[in-house]
Every structure is written in C-alpha cells, then in structure tokens.
Design a protein around this ligand. Structure first.
Ligand SMILES: [Zn+2]
Length: 293
C-alpha cells in the first residue's frame, strides 16, 4: 500500500543520520503547527460554547447575532496578537525566524514569547529521539503522533486548565488501533488500560470530592490517563501515576513555597500525566520490570 515510500525508507535505513535529521526537521515544523493549535483550540472551544448558548437563547436574540468569522487551525492566517501584522512565510520558520527577528514582531517590535521556539525545539527533539529509539518503523510514526499530542495537551492545560476532547479522545482510539497488531502491548491490555486509566482517576476524584468537598482535577485528566492506558496497557498505569504524582507534588510544593501560586489555586495535572506518558513511551519495559520486581 505504501510502496511509493520504499525508496525514502531504504535511504533512511542505510543512513540513520539522514533519518534522524529528517525526523527532527519534520518535528520542528509540526512544533510550529502545535503552537497554532495550542493558541487556537481553546479559543475554538470557547466559540463553540458561546454558539451553543446562543442557540439555546435563540428566540431572545433571533437574527441579531452576526455569524462569527471563520476561525480554525488553518484560517485566519497567523498574525501578531499585538498589531495584527500578518506573519510572512520567512517569519514562520521554526526557531530560525525567532532568531532572525531577535524575538520581536517585525512590524510593531512587541516581544514574541520565547515559548514559541521552545515548543518547536521540544517537538523537534522528541521526533529525533523517537526516530533514534524506534528506528525506521511504523511504531516510530505512532510514537511521534503520541508525543505531538502530549506536547499540545501539556501547554493547553498550562494556559487554560483544559484538555480538549478533540485531542484526548482520538489519542485513545489511535492507541487501541496501534495495539491491534501488538504495537506497544497486546490488545487486551490496551482495552483494559483505557478503562482502568479512566476509572482510577474518576474514583480518586470522587473520593477527594466526598472527603474534602473540592474538585481536585478535571474529566480531561481521566481521559488523558485512559489514552495512556490504551497506548501502553494497564500494567504501566501505576508507574505513570506514581511518577506524575511525585513530579507534580514536588513542583506544586515548590510553587507554593515560592508564593507564586496560592495554596487554593488549582495546579493542572495534565502536564505531569503527559510527562508520565512520555516516560512510559521511552522506558516502558524498564518501568514495568521495576514495578514487577
Ligand atoms: Zn506586531
């Protein structure tokens, strides 16, 4: 089916260096797209909620509301949030453009967040490391899709405390599909992993709510752990949870001590789950061995 890829794949197999470089460059470009998704997906969700609310109040405002301008991951073109200057192609090259522009908008000189090149660098690095670890395989491609989704989820959760269903649910389904041919685990472990991932956090959520009367995390967290369970099987869930809780507590306590964060302010759990997911991707076998021992 994918025979037309064979020449490229044999070059990659013969010259791993070219393969790593290619994967890293593709990763950088996808990182650039992820920046757009991180910025726009929450806004698109908000537009959707407003639209739904308006539909409910239709009779009150019939005909008064103009249809909202088209806004998705492709349209409108990227523009400077400060002055509206349309970003030209040369200003959109991952990392390079940030350096050429010295971190400022070419029109209004407003500083551009360092986070944009950092997200690009992180995504490129992940793609390169995955290429190196998994070789020229379908599994490498699947692993990249997993890692890219987690990068987007991490930063969206940081910014908005949301984990969009548009990412978590497809991620869960893809995890099950990848394991239909025993990609990372067997199909049974994958399906049980999806259910267990959701149920573990769902139970903790309700227990916490009954005991303290507070909401400790969101439903997006349940879906993210379900997706991680679908990718790597239920066997890795304890290790993923343990790792994300430890890192989350250390950073959470650190933030409270530094007084940058109120004790009552919720700390998003998604980024730590994502970290646990990445650990499962790279060190899954070692983690499960450690756990079984
Ligand atoms: Zn500007």
């Amino acid at each position: 089916m994918l025979d037309f890829l064979d020449p490229a794949l044999s070059i990659f197999r013969a010259h791993p260096g070219i393969y790593f470089a290619f994967a890293t460059i593709i990763g950088l470009m996808i990182g650039s797209f992820l920046n757009v998704a991180i910025y726009r997906l929450p806004k698109m969700m908000e537009h959707e909620w407003i639209r739904n609310c308006r539909e409910l109040q239709q009779d009150a405002a019939a005909g008064d509301v103009p249809p909202p301008a088209k806004y998705n991951l492709v349209v409108p073109r990227s523009a400077c949030p400060a002055c509206g200057h349309n970003i030209a192609a040369w200003e959109n090259i991952p990392i390079v453009s940030y350096l050429l522009l010295r971190g400022k908008c070419s029109a209004c000189k407003t500083p551009i967040s360092i986070r944009y090149p950092l997200v690009e660098a992180l995504t490129g690095l992940l793609a390169g490391v995955i290429a190196w670890q998994f070789g020229v395989t379908g599994i490498a491609l699947a692993a990249m899709i997993f890692a890219f989704a987690l990068v987007a989820l991490t930063f969206i959760d940081f910014d908005t405390h949301l984990l969009p269903d548009d990412i978590t649910l497809p991620l869960l389904w893809i995890g099950i599909i990848v394991n239909m041919n025993n990609g990372f685990t067997d199909l049974q472990s994958s399906v049980i992993g999806a259910m267990a991932g959701y149920l573990i956090l769902w139970s903790i959520y309700w227990l916490f709510k009954i005991v303290t009367g507070k909401e400790g995390m969101g439903y997006g967290d349940f879906k993210l752990l379900a997706a991680i369970g679908a990718w790597f099987g239920w066997q890795l869930l304890p290790a993923v949870l343990l790792l994300s809780s430890i890192v989350g507590s250390v950073i959470g306590i650190g933030l409270i001590v530094l007084a940058k964060h109120g004790r009552e302010m919720p700390i998003p759990f998604g980024p730590y789950l994502a970290l646990g997911g990445i650990a499962a991707l790279f060190w899954g076998t070692q983690l499960s061995r450690l756990y079984l021992a």
